[in-house]
Ligand binder design. Structure first.
Ligand SMILES: [Zn+2]
Length: 309
């Protein structure tokens, strides 16, 4: 009997040694998966030290043509929170969630309660406007919308992990004030400019931002995935750029600025980055680039290209 007790004790001791650290294991962090970079950035800020946030979109990947792979579904099995933009940005999200058999998983549609603008562009446009089924999914590019998204994501965090609600509230408030500051900087920084026309050689992403600050916004592609403009459309675009007297052509993130480059050369304009922040590169992700930082750089480039005082 005594021998058996000793043996049991020895086994228990061995089992105890098999964990990498002695003592109590570190508390499990809430596991969060966000589809696009803006949501990832918001979730990372809100979750702070209590969350492990990952980006579903591989770094550098194009957001609109992304389709989740079987490995992504596996990732959701062990997740607590899944955050997406809405049905127009991630049309695959709902069926993905149906296929995930994870009882504890909470899905957060961060676009909830946000009124969507119609997707499209202003003039010289003979494309179909409704590639995304009617709603412009780039909601985070209006700072009020972004704040609503932060609140919605915060609600997801506090519902899923009530013990840390206070910290989540504090972190979200800090992020919200950063967005308020940015909005003020945009308002002041774009108030007095020689030009108010933004010519973007990318897909239509800045409709919300343009509306908010009274800019005229022209994009080369109404939606992502559109084919390159033909020679006639290119000529029309060059004509349009000349007529607006725009000093800069903006190119979008993570794509070759070939089209923007051609337009800039044809019209003698400068080439500047205007990032809609759908995603970032592997290097930027590793360096910890944030959405507010991207928006700061955008403001700088807008002010430079539009000759603002
Ligand atoms: Zn887009």
């Amino acid at each position: 009997m005594k021998m058996l007790t000793l043996l049991l004790l020895a086994m228990l001791a061995l089992a105890g040694c098999s964990s990498p650290e002695q003592g109590t294991p570190p508390p499990r962090k809430i596991q969060v998966v966000a589809t696009l970079f803006p949501l990832y950035d918001m979730a990372r800020a809100i979750g702070g030290e209590y969350a492990e946030v990952s980006l579903l979109l591989p770094p550098g990947a194009e957001a609109h043509s992304f389709e989740p792979r079987p490995g992504d579904i596996l990732r959701l099995h062990s997740a607590d929170l899944f955050i997406y933009t809405g049905p127009f940005m991630e049309p695959w999200a709902e069926s993905l969630l149906k296929g995930v058999d994870a009882k504890g998983l909470r899905a957060v549609n961060s676009g909830n309660g946000i009124h969507l603008m119609k997707q499209g562009k202003e003039e010289g446009d003979d494309h179909d406007h409704d590639h995304h089924g009617g709603g412009d999914p780039h909601i985070w590019l209006d700072f009020d919308n972004a704040k609503t998204m932060v609140s919605t994501i915060l609600a997801g965090f506090t519902a899923q992990d009530p013990p840390h609600a206070q910290a989540y509230h504090r972190n979200a408030a800090r992020y919200q004030s950063r967005l308020t500051e940015l909005d003020r900087a945009y308002r002041a920084g774009l108030a007095d400019c020689d030009s108010r026309t933004v010519i973007h050689a990318g897909h239509f992403a800045f409709g919300y931002l343009a509306r908010r600050y009274g800019l005229r916004y022209l994009s080369a592609f109404p939606a992502s995935g559109d084919s390159e403009p033909n020679a006639r459309q290119m000529a029309a675009m060059v004509e349009l750029i000349r007529s607006t007297g725009a000093g800069a052509i903006y190119y979008e993130e993570l794509v070759s600025p070939r089209l923007a480059d051609t337009l800039a050369r044809e019209t003698g304009s400068r080439l500047l980055l205007l990032s809609a922040a759908h995603n970032v590169s592997r290097e930027e992700l590793a360096a910890g680039l944030t959405l507010p930082e991207i928006m700061e750089r955008n403001l700088e480039n807008l002010r430079g290209g539009l000759s603002c005082r």
